[in-house]
Design a protein around this ligand. Structure first.
Ligand code: SF4
Length: 367
């Protein structure tokens, strides 16, 4: 904890005295289609606009159409994002029942199966799913992810951003990360920076993630995400973290973590290359088709621009799959997921070749 804190508390002069980081030889990204399965959520995070507005649950036919579009644009990853425990919303629960599912995980399982049949690799963000749900979803996912956000329970206290979000309590989130570790699921997690946390709480969060990864070796990447204010939310007038703060957090993350550090380029559209100099090596999922439904105001950079930016840094940018090469080598996935991985992965576990043509029919079932 002290190592991260030492970086986070430095002023500009002190920061510049730090030894430079060793740059990763390759930068990576994953070409994805972002599928917002439902915006219903039992939580109410003060910074979130995703759950606002009319509640919806995408039908199988709608999801299939999105996946078809993803295939057309050469995506390899289907990112399934949703609110947490959406069954707590009675309309969603009614619809799920009508469609023949007793809970959202069963529905997600089928959507992932459709995705695999269409040769797209699912990466599901299941919120605080339990051990059995994760075990079931592992069969049809290349990897999964749940943000820790922050390891401090203080952020769940009164007047704090997670006050009304039981699923964001760090105990809950750590339970998910532990379960994913036990199940050997290649897992993405991360921290949200600028929601009222202290430097100590950022340092603690990085240590907690690294501690879990040391135990289970399953954290494939850690997202350092900057808070962005959203209109209509209780934190709409809150300031986002400045660039120096973000640089310090990325540098501290690089110091503490053994997993790759990811900074979303769409949330830092003018500054994302800078974070590479301080230890970030991954740009995460970038979609040529869909917007970032969690941050709809933040457009993805063009892939061409991402390549140009990497060239300017004199670093190679490679497309990766939603599962990192290390886990491809160790085969941390089911055979059916492996079949799709094998279509795309080269000897290094990076993307090679072209997407195979989409087979017609059979998958389209009206939701
Ligand atoms: S950030 Fe996620 S968990 Fe929080 S309210 Fe929004 S959808 Fe729900």
């Amino acid at each position: 904890m002290q190592r991260a804190l030492d970086i986070l508390k430095r002023d500009a002069n002190g920061f510049l005295e730090l030894p430079r980081v060793q740059l990763e030889p390759k930068l990576t990204f994953s070409k994805n289609i972002f599928i917002p399965v439902t915006n219903a959520c039992r939580n109410s995070c003060s910074y979130c606009s995703f759950r606002l507005g009319k509640t919806y649950l995408l039908s199988r036919s709608r999801v299939t159409k999105m996946l078809e579009k993803g295939r057309k644009y050469g995506c390899k990853e289907a990112l399934f994002t949703l609110g947490e425990r959406p069954e707590s919303n009675k309309d969603v629960s009614k619809k799920l029942k009508k469609w023949g599912y007793s809970n959202i995980s069963e529905y997600l399982y089928e959507l992932c199966e459709i995705s695999l049949s269409m040769k797209l690799l699912p990466h599901t963000n299941p919120g605080s799913a339990d051990y059995e749900e994760l075990k079931m979803l592992k069969e049809v996912n290349a990897s999964m992810g749940t943000m820790l956000e922050n390891a401090s329970p203080r952020l769940s206290e009164q007047d704090m951003p997670h006050e009304n979000s039981p699923g964001k309590h760090p105990e809950e989130r750590i339970k998910v990360l532990e379960a994913a570790g036990k199940l050997k699921i290649p897992f993405t997690t991360g921290i949200l920076v600028g929601i009222g946390e202290t430097s100590e709480e950022i340092a603690l969060s990085l240590e907690v993630i690294e501690g879990l990864n040391r135990k289970y070796k399953h954290i494939q990447e850690v997202i350092v995400q900057n808070f962005k204010p959203k209109k209509g939310t209780p934190m709409e007038d809150y300031k986002e973290p400045d660039i120096f703060k973000m640089i310090k957090v990325v540098r501290a993350a690089r110091e503490v973590l053994t997993s790759p550090v990811q900074v979303p380029p769409n949330l830092n559209i003018h500054t994302y290359p800078i974070f590479v100099l301080y230890g970030a090596s991954d740009f995460g999922g970038v979609s040529p088709v869909t917007k970032d439904y969690i941050n709809p105001e933040a457009a993805w950079p063009d892939l061409e621009e991402l390549f140009k930016a990497s060239e300017r840094l004199e670093l190679e940018l490679r497309e990766r799959l939603p599962v990192y090469p290390k886990y491809i080598k160790e085969r941390w996935y089911s055979d059916r997921v492996g079949e799709v991985i094998n279509l795309y992965a080269d000897d290094e576990g990076m993307v090679t070749g072209q997407s195979p043509p989409l087979k017609q029919g059979s998958l389209f079932r009206e939701g």
